[in-house]
Ligand binder design. Structure first.
Ligand code: FAD
Length: 706
């Protein structure tokens, strides 16, 4: 077969790749820091330089001798960075600055004082990308600092970053192709530019579920290295709050207290009414969107649930484009809130007493609005349902209600296997764990400050929008499978999806039989001061790069098993609307898979309607994994059957889209495409693999996986 333009592109790419070279690790050599760590100031600062602050200036004008910088997308990197900063400061008595990477200009790292240690906590997002917050830093590294790569033989002291003493902990997921790409890149580029790695580079793997253990192992290693190479002196770790809680006085105006309102605009609605409809809406300010319609998508016989919800944006100027993500700000379910109250003996009086939270330094950020109450924090701001870490248990053990509980907590937190057997494998959360350890005695000695600082703050959950902005401009649909499991010891629930299920069940209570569904947990759907009444939920839209080709005539292959079909539905609806508008659209080949055609076939009736409009331009291929007891069929199997047709699409410059489960499906599907190319084009594996990689680089193979 003759080489087409795509094949030539692949060969060129392979040629270029073969010119890349390997890095040389450069370990920091002992004793080059000049007596840096004398500070007695132990206030941990979560620093906000959102005025475009210069980190170098900040360091010169303060006495911080360590900076912990995080680039976080979903809050995990932030959480680990914050824990690390606290422990590092407390252990070594070194004043530490905690920095969200988006708050500072970091393009003058070469001017960071030599006596400052920099720790990066960098998450990798999507296809090996920097998080939104770290995008600018990524550009700086890749453009300005990468240029100095060739200068590899020069004197270390002359290199651009020879002043910088750093370490990196990368957070990634090994089921993705570009595992910890960002952590690797930061480490590699800094090192190439002469920066000194003062403690080993570390990686945490979400894909193997070992993030916590990876972090703990790296942290121990890091502390040991710092003690050995920099002669840092270790002190007994004591808890030092970075915030202080100030109870409000008796005559305080309660209307000024946040009871769960997402931000100030929702408290002062009359003064700021424009902000509630005009935005801008983002991760700092959500739109309170009415769920105008919802329904369940799995059949009534299924013991699982999937919710289709439509968010009405018409009373706001919030807009999306097809393929974007909707971010939903969840709250905690009643049952988990009560369990938390029990674990810490939070009486009504303690819960309702308003307080302000003051940073112990003027640059500290409080990430939720204040003044507030503990009741509001537990329901709306603290992530109380998820798994608990050994690190958390270790730090809270000093506040155990009695000696026996303290030693049990210490024992468990220092023994990986026992912790895994007793806590992790039973899916216990914070409250479950503490109550189990103490035999149901409440942990009354734990300060509020500790809870506020140590428990991760609730982050929005993302959903691939399943509608098209062309056919439904002012309504965004999502398709969410409900996370629910009943184990021998408890109900394990996902907070956002069970909230959606509650909305659906209550919204349709009077209408249909869905009301027979009894969710495992319930919620306060009315929200603070009834502001969420009539099924409103706080949301914002996150722009995505998962986009249809610019030319509507381009053929597309869509692979979206399970809820991975969500954005594919949006794409098909978009083309249906374009077709109706007289646009010449390209053909669509959709691969969809689920367990059973009668149980969990998402939008089963709709696909025929699309076919009616698009005719031969739309072909849907289904795979049912549990329909035939003798044979499990997945989308990859069906793709192989369509090998020749897939090759035809590719030859016609078609685009490929894959959405859904990141752990196995995305990789299996990619391997299937490689197999198909090998078979149809008689290429070897290296070339076929490079061809797919090349597609990805050129956005002709796009993934939206989670
Ligand atoms: P969480 O509260 O986040 O819980 C996560 C999991 O942990 C659940 O399985 C829960 O049961 C379990 N769990 C709870 N407590 C514990 C415990 N103590 N120990 C161990 N495990 C526990 N999902 C969709 O359904 N449709 C989509 O279209 C979609 N699109 C996405 C797009 C993007 C870009 C991303 C990043 C994700 C997407 N997701 C989608 C996933 C979605 O964001 C949520 O992660 C998912 O819905 C679960 O959210 P939750 O709040 O219900 O669960």
């Amino acid at each position: 077969m003759a080489l087409d333009t795509i094949d030539i592109g692949v060969l060129v790419a392979i040629g270029i790749i073969s010119l890349t070279y390997f890095t040389k690790g450069k370990l920091w050599s002992k004793g080059t820091l000049a007596d840096p760590f004398s500070s007695e100031n132990t206030n941990l600062i979560n620093s906000n330089g959102s005025d475009g602050s210069d980190l170098v200036e900040k360091l010169k004008s303060s006495n911080h001798k360590a900076v912990v910088i995080y680039g976080s997308q979903t809050g995990t990197a932030e959480d680990y960075a914050s824990k690390f900063a606290k422990e590092f400061q407390s252990k070594f008595k070194i004043s530490t600055l905690l920095v969200d990477i988006e708050d500072y200009e970091l393009n003058n790292l070469n001017e960071i004082p030599r006596d400052v240690l920099i720790f990066f906590f960098m998450a990798t997002y999507g296809e090996g990308e920097f998080t939104d917050s770290a995008a600018e830093f990524g550009e700086y590294l890749e453009s300005e600092l990468s240029e100095t790569f060739d200068d590899d033989d020069g004197d270390e002291s002359e290199k651009l970053l020879s002043n910088l003493n750093y370490s990196v902990f990368g957070l990634g997921n090994s089921t993705y192709e570009f595992y910890n790409e960002v952590g690797n890149k930061v480490n590699k580029i800094l090192s190439k530019n002469g920066a000194k790695l003062v403690a080993p580079y570390g990686q945490g793997d979400d894909g193997q579920g070992s993030m916590d253990e990876d972090y703990l192992a790296w942290k121990e290693n890091c502390f040991e290295s710092l003690k050995n190479s920099l002669s840092l002196v270790e002190h007994d770790s004591t808890y030092q709050p970075s915030v202080s809680i100030i109870p409000t006085s008796g005559d305080f105006d309660i209307s000024k207290v946040f009871l769960g309102e997402p931000d100030k605009f929702y408290l002062n609605e009359n003064e700021d009414s424009d902000s509630l409809s005009l935005g801008p809406f983002d991760h700092t300010h959500p739109y309170l969107a009415p769920v105008s319609f919802s329904k369940q998508l799995f059949s009534k016989d299924s013991n699982r649930h999937c919710v289709h919800a439509e968010f009405d944006l018409s009373k706001s100027n919030l807009r999306y484009s097809t393929g974007d993500h909707l971010a939903l700000w969840p709250s905690n379910p009643d049952q988990e809130v009560l369990n938390f109250y029990k674990a810490f003996d939070l009486s009504k009086e303690k819960l309702e007493k308003p307080f302000d939270i003051k940073p112990l330094d003027s640059t500290t950020i409080i990430s939720f609005p204040t003044p507030t109450t503990m009741e509001a924090l537990v329901r709306y701001h603290l992530e109380i349902t998820g798994s608990v870490s050994r690190q958390f248990l270790k730090s809270i053990s000093i506040f155990a209600p009695n000696e026996e509980s303290r030693s049990k907590a210490n024992l468990l937190s220092s023994n990986k296997e026992e912790f895994s057997n007793e806590i992790t494998s039973n899916k216990l959360n914070i409250s479950d764990t503490l109550l189990k350890i103490s035999n149901n005695v409440a942990w009354t000695k734990v300060p509020f400050e500790f809870l506020i600082e140590s428990i991760q703050h609730i982050q929005p959950r993302y959903y691939s929008i399943s509608s098209s902005s062309l056919s439904e401009k002012k309504i965004a649909h999502i398709t969410a499978v409900v996370e629910e499991e009943t184990t021998a010891v408890k109900n394990v629930v996902g907070v956002a999806t069970n909230l959606l299920l509650n909305v659906e069940v209550n919204q349709n209570k009077l209408k249909n039989e869905d009301s027979l569904v009894k969710p495992l947990v319930t919620y306060d759907l009315n929200g603070p001061r009834n502001k969420f009444q009539d099924f409103k939920l706080p949301i914002h839209i996150r722009r995505s790069t998962f986009k249809l080709p610019v030319k509507p005539g381009t053929p597309i292959i869509l692979v979206g098993p399970g809820t991975g079909v969500a954005p594919m539905r949006g794409f098909v609806r978009e083309r249906v609307q374009q077709f109706k508008n007289g646009v010449k659209v390209g053909k669509i080949l959709l691969f969809y898979g689920c367990r059973n055609s009668n149980e969990d076939f998402l939008y089963k009736e709709e696909w025929a309607e699309y076919k009616n409009v698009l005719g031969d331009l739309f072909e849907m291929v289904t795979a049912f994994s549990r329909e035939d007891a003798n044979k499990k069929v997945y989308v990859q199997n069906r793709m192989e059957e369509y090998s020749s047709k897939i090759n035809e699409y590719i030859s016609e410059a078609g685009y490929i889209y894959v959405c859904g489960d990141a752990s196995r499906m995305a990789r299996d599907v990619q391997n299937t495409f490689i197999k198909i190319i090998i078979k149809e084009r008689k290429f070897n594996e290296v070339i076929a693999t490079e061809m797919i990689r090349n597609f990805k680089t050129n956005n002709k193979y796009q993934e939206d996986v989670w």
